[in-house]
Design a protein. Structure first.
Lengths: 297, 427
């Protein structure tokens, strides 16, 4: 017997984390056409969590392979937008900024926004970009956009460090409410993933979806209180504004960092609700379209 | 065993031609159509049906039913487009069947290509982990087998080099090393594994033999009849999406070879009126066979190859010669051979004739060759040529057992021909 065969037998005696149930009775998989709306099969996603990790890791690694450029890009994007906004909205239009220096005010919103919009843009093209995987191997397709969005977390961390540095420069200390920050990051992530699922699944079938994404993010940018405070709006419009899930994320970020305004509970609740609706419907639509991905992509 | 490893029941897959789902569309087109059939359209998009406008369809797979018992190694054979790859894709859960179902008992690993997901910017080490995870290996499993995978790939020194700097041979070796260490209970393998250089093929087949000896269930799609015969206990022959034969490998393989399912080494025109030619002379049959008279697609480089041309002459006094040329896969005509250069002086007798030419062993290089056949000359008196391009094709391989020009060297060997020539040398 060859060396490899012998070791294969050794390995076969070991455990298989992917398939613990195999020790008792063989698992039966029925391969057939799925009909109607299918379940999300989140268990499948969990079983393949290592693949989520590896794909995320791949995306991060590849992006930062030319380290200087990779890191610089993550920082430059929000910083340059901040410069432009500070010049036009802060200096020229004299936009109010809730008692915080305008550059910080807008950067605090741009950091979660960049995470959201990059995640959205990259995930919408993720299935087409990973067509070689999709046509050759089975795994829950949801993994692809999920991993793409998660890989943006590194960019977020870098940009966030810059934000903290800027705050230090302006001699601002983060408020105690900063402990709530992860909640708003989660909101941005859910919103990004929900929209990303819709767009990525549509992009497989309608290849021109990708051309609409830059417009979408641009409109969305101005439909979110990034360059301006949402206090410009009066109730009940201000709360209704929360139907845009990024409103809650951005407002939440500012509140958590500066603590200068009252907690935007209603807006955040509204945003969470929308984000969850978009996410669940997006996931359902995605699962529904999943069956034809390999044939079309 | 109470249950099979795989049970396939009435499996079918329908594709649409021209329309969806094989091709993506532009949203703009859809918007236009949406304007025309608004409600149906929106509903169908949401429901995941691609089009309410019917398109022509074809069944890539139809009524496929068979079982695979645990530990069996089953070969799936058939010509290109017979549905072999579609079947594998359905069993791997990459695409869904349109009708029917398959029950799979156990953990499945499928290898439809090697190196799936390899990223050129990542190092060999990183790609082992990534590719392993994509193929369904757990991280701990990859950790455990890592050294073995590297040893198998024979690229230890380059393991921390980016894969984009690898030669294609190194790339394939690494990719196959990962694939070879996949240990599912049921393994689905496409013939793409059998491409690449000869050494790679041999390694691949050797590993396959190891796998089957371990009692794992294997489904093996291939064109390579000798590999199927060697590895598989049972074979299933597909043609136009249907199972046309299933059973012990030798019987199914000979069905495939002799009934003309797929073998491209033989061509005959059962309907004489549609055969190349006219009312004076027609081609009947062209085939490539070995010295034992067995039609083969794949020849040992050391073996002579017979090109047999059968034709029928219906009018006396015709003057022509059967001839053929051999093209390699780059389309280069390697040579042209005719039965006799003196054909202008010979009246061909009426009746069915057979002309056979022997291409010596150790003459063609390794590779795939296409053969054009002609009955070439002047009819008496008008001129005419009956010519048919790409009538048959054969491949030539070198088994590395010695006795060939290459010998036992596994390096790439150049040349469009590989004649064994006589050398004279001092000492």
């Amino acid at each position: 017997m060859s060396e490899t065969a012998a070791s294969a037998e050794r390995a076969a005696a070991g455990t298989r984390p992917h398939d613990a149930a195999a020790n008792t009775a063989p698992r039966v998989i029925r391969v057939q056409r799925s009909r109607g709306w299918v379940s999300l099969k989140l268990g499948d996603l969990w079983a393949y969590r290592e693949l989520v990790y590896f794909l995320t890791w791949r995306d991060v690694k590849v992006r930062y392979k030319q380290t200087v450029l990779g890191a610089a890009w993550a920082i430059l994007q929000p910083l340059l937008t901040m410069l432009v906004f500070s010049l036009f909205f802060g200096k020229l239009a004299k936009m109010p900024s809730e008692g915080v220096p305008y550059p910080i005010f807008t950067l605090a919103a741009l950091v979660p926004w960049t995470f959201f919009s990059n995640g959205l843009t990259q995930s919408s093209n993720s299935l087409v970009g990973n067509a070689n995987l999709i046509t050759k191997v089975y795994f829950p397709r949801l993994i692809v956009p999920v991993a793409t969005i998660l890989s943006g977390a590194i960019d977020f961390v870098l940009a966030f460090v810059v934000l903290l540095a800027m705050m230090a420069y302006y001699q601002l200390t983060p408020a105690a409410t900063i402990v709530w920050l992860p909640l708003f990051l989660l909101l941005a992530l859910l919103a990004s993933l929900g929209t990303g699922l819709w767009l990525s699944a549509m992009n497989v079938q309608f290849r021109d979806v990708r051309y609409t994404v830059p417009f979408l993010t641009q409109f969305w940018l101005f439909a979110t209180p990034i360059a301006y405070p949402s206090s410009l709006l009066h109730e009940p419009w201000r709360t209704l504004f929360g139907l845009n899930p990024m409103v809650g994320a951005v407002e939440g970020f500012r509140w958590a960092l500066f603590g200068t305004t009252a907690a935007p509970v209603a807006v955040v609740a509204m945003s969470f609700a929308t984000a969850l609706v978009v996410l669940v419907t997006g996931a359902l639509y995605f699962r529904r379209m999943e069956r034809t991905f390999a044939d079309i992509v | 065993m109470a249950h099979p490893a795989i049970r396939i029941e009435g499996l079918g897959k329908e594709y649409r031609i021209g329309g969806q789902p094989e091709r993506y569309r532009s949203l703009r087109d859809s918007v236009m159509r949406t304007a025309k059939v608004p409600f149906q359209r929106v509903a169908s998009v949401l429901r995941g049906r691609s089009s309410v406008l019917s398109a022509r369809t074809f069944w890539a797979l139809r009524d496929v039913t068979f079982d695979v018992q645990p530990g069996e190694v089953v070969g799936i054979i058939g010509r290109n487009g017979a549905g072999k790859s579609t079947l594998l894709k359905i069993l791997s859960r990459i695409t869904e069947p349109t009708v029917g179902y398959a029950d799979i008992y156990g953990r499945v690993g499928s290898l439809l290509e090697v190196g799936t997901g390899f990223h050129p910017e990542l190092t060999g080490r990183e790609n082992i982990y990534l590719n392993g995870a994509i193929l369904g290996m757990a991280r701990a499993e990859i950790d455990r087998k890592f050294d073995e995978i590297v040893a198998f790939s024979e690229i230890e020194t380059f393991i921390d080099t980016m894969v984009k700097h690898y030669s294609s041979g190194m790339y394939m070796r690494l990719a196959f090393a990962v694939a070879a260490h996949l240990e599912p209970e049921i393994l689905l393998i496409d013939e793409v594994l059998a491409v690449g250089d000869l050494e790679f093929q041999r390694k691949c087949l050797g590993k396959m033999e190891d796998v089957s000896r371990l009692g794992r269930t294997v489904l093996f799609v291939s064109h390579n009849m000798s590999a199927v015969t060697r590895l598989c206990t049972r074979a299933v022959l597909l043609d136009e999406g249907r199972v046309v034969a299933a059973g012990p490998t030798p019987a199914v393989v000979s069905e495939y070879v002799f009934k003309g399912y797929g073998t491209r080494a033989e061509r005959h025109w059962p309907d004489e009126t549609r055969a190349p030619g006219d009312e004076t002379v027609r081609l009947l049959r062209v085939r490539a066979h070995d010295p034992a008279g067995v039609v083969q697609e794949s020849f040992d480089i050391r073996q002579p190859i017979a090109i047999e041309i059968q034709y029928t002459v219906m009018k006396p006094g015709l003057r022509f010669t059967p001839c053929f040329d051999v093209l390699n896969d780059a389309g280069v005509v390697l040579f042209l051979s005719q039965e006799t250069p003196d054909w202008e002086r010979i009246d061909r007798p009426v009746g069915t004739q057979v002309a056979t030419c022997w291409i010596p062993g150790n003459f063609l290089a390794e590779g795939t060759f296409s053969i054009d056949v002609a009955l070439w000359g002047f009819k008496n008196p008008p001129t005419g040529v009956i010519e048919e391009n790409g009538v048959i094709s054969i491949s030539v391989h070198d088994p590395l057992e010695g006795g060939s020009v290459r010998g036992r060297s596994t390096n790439a060997y150049p040349g469009v021909l590989r004649p064994m020539l006589k050398w004279e040398a001092t000492a």
